[in-house]
Design a protein around this ligand. Structure first.
Ligand code: SAH
Ligand code: SF4
Ligand code: F3S
Length: 438
């Protein structure tokens, strides 16, 4: 009898990539992927807990499986990722959802084979949450699902302890992979035909090769020097560690995309201090000036939180003015969500939902207006797109330019995985419409 698996992924790119590792483990065990959870013999939920809504979403979807599990008693349901890694959460999950068979933390992913085996031989649920500082979960059976793009982990964990953030508590201390292993993985991916590589970490700028001490910009340049045509991206960069050397490396290597995701979080110095971000508004703008000095056309995207405890209207206005001054080409915007165990969750002066909602709306409006302005400048230009998929609704192929802008175009031929030139004739918000050039 064929065996099927289904994975539901929440959260950041690192989690999406970890689902590719989980898929690799399951297919190595003889399971085949399926779209319909009803057909699955194993269902894995790879969860996130960065904000309350991410957590609620996961809880809701796991809860809905109770009936399915009652009908399909042999089905194995596993819940992993950041949510159960929080202190006490695995017990809560187990109590709320006794039908869940396996619960595992972020440091236990490479034990999934053993956990499945243990579950097949036991009636009791298998719960493994490693509280250690966190080993490096190397998994070489990755089942990549995002051709022509591929992700490579270069660091795991985070030491920054921004006061609002749960990540350092659920991902352990920061550790870097060996540069030789990363280079080997990148070379294999280029050889296998992948056209875009993204180096992943919570804070890639603090990467250090454990063997030679080589910093991030050295690693980035080495990966860029691999032969063949491909694009190289990296995320995320913490502004405090963003260096002039890195800007120079981006400038002199054509394969490294002229796009930096540099989360600012707030434009107000007192809020930045309360967030423990370790830079001021002017430090941030200076870093951008250095980047633009070497890479004048570099696009900068960011993350912003509104409604951090104690944020006043004036402090919020400082964020709006920074968005204009920095000229972000797009931004991920979030309402602050208190996370149990973090310093900010214990702060007294939490901002009301009503005020936060009003602020996020004003911020989104500004960010969208800026994004639209930049989109308009594309009209009439020809841009190089890496074709990465087909949109069934729009009946168009799609892909991004080096600055991360999504372009859509019609073609009779399947061009997924190819670099193509398209001439932009229309721009709608973030997306561009173009005509394929021959
Ligand atoms: N390591 C990355 C980001 C990881 S989380 C970095 O430091 O930039 C992605 C984004 O989620 C953060 O940049 C932040 O803007 C947002 N975020 C993190 N914790 C949050 C919280 N408690 N409430 C709202 N947004 C949060
Ligand atoms: Fe969270 Fe800050 Fe670490 Fe990013 S740098 S993961 S926001 S603690
Ligand atoms: Fe979420 Fe964990 Fe990523 S909390 S954002 S999946 S590191």
């Amino acid at each position: 009898m064929s065996k099927f698996y289904h994975i539901t992924t929440y959260g950041c790119q690192m989690n999406v990539h970890e689902s590719e590792k989980i898929a690799g483990i399951l297919s190595d065990l003889g399971y085949e992927s399926c779209d319909d959870i009803e057909q699955a013999d194993v269902a894995v939920f790879n969860t996130c807990c960065i904000r309350e809504n991410a957590e609620n979403h996961a809880f809701g979807n796991i809860g809905m499986l109770k009936k399915l599990k009652a009908r399909k008693k042999d089905m194995i349901i596993a819940v992993g990722g950041c949510l159960p890694q929080q202190i006490g959460k695995a017990e809560i999950l187990h109590r709320k959802f006794p039908f869940v068979d396996i619960i595992f933390g972020t440091h236990n992913l490479n034990r999934l084979r053993d956990m499945l085996f243990a579950k097949q031989h036991s009636k009791k649920p298998v719960i493994e949450i490693d509280e250690s500082e966190g080993p490096i979960c190397e998994e070489d059976k990755i089942l990549r699902t995002s051709y022509p793009n591929a992700w490579i982990n270069i660091t795991y964990g985070c030491n920054n302890f921004c006061t609002y953030c749960i990540v350092p508590y659920v991902r352990g201390r920061e550790r870097s992979r060996k540069a030789d292993d990363i280079l080997q993985e990148a070379e294999e991916l280029v050889r296998a035909g992948y056209k875009e590589i993204t180096l992943l970490g919570q804070n890639v700028n603090s990467y250090r090769d454990p063997e030679t001490g080589m910093p991030f910009y050295g690693l980035l340049e080495k990966v860029a020097n691999i032969g063949g045509k491909f694009r190289l991206r990296f995320m995320t960069s913490h502004p405090k560690d963003f260096s002039e050397e890195l800007a120079k490396v981006i400038a002199r290597n054509g394969k490294i995309c002229n796009l930096v995701h540099l989360p600012v979080q707030s434009g107000d110095d007192d809020i930045l201090k309360a967030m423990n971000r370790k830079y001021t508004r002017s430090d941030y703008l200076e870093k951008l000036a250095v980047l633009k000095k070497y890479v004048p056309d570099c696009a900068v995207t960011t993350d912003i939180i509104v409604g951090f405890p104690g944020e006043t209207e004036e402090q919020f206005l400082n964020t709006l003015s920074l968005v204009k001054e920095a000229g972000f080409s797009s931004a991920f915007t979030f309402v602050y969500s208190p996370r149990e165990g973090t310093v900010a969750a214990r702060m007294k002066n939490q901002v009301s939902d009503e005020v936060s909602k009003d602020r996020i709306m004003r911020l989104v409006e500004l960010v969208n207006a800026q994004t639209r302005e930049i989109s308009k400048t594309y009209i009439g230009k020809t841009v190089e797109i890496l074709c990465e998929g087909y949109d069934e609704k729009k009946k168009c192929y799609l892909g991004r330019d080096e600055y991360g802008r999504m372009g859509y175009f019609k073609s009779d031929k399947n061009l997924i995985g190819e670099f193509v030139d398209i001439k932009i004739f229309d721009a709608n918000g973030v997306s561009l419409m173009g005509e394929l050039m021959h």
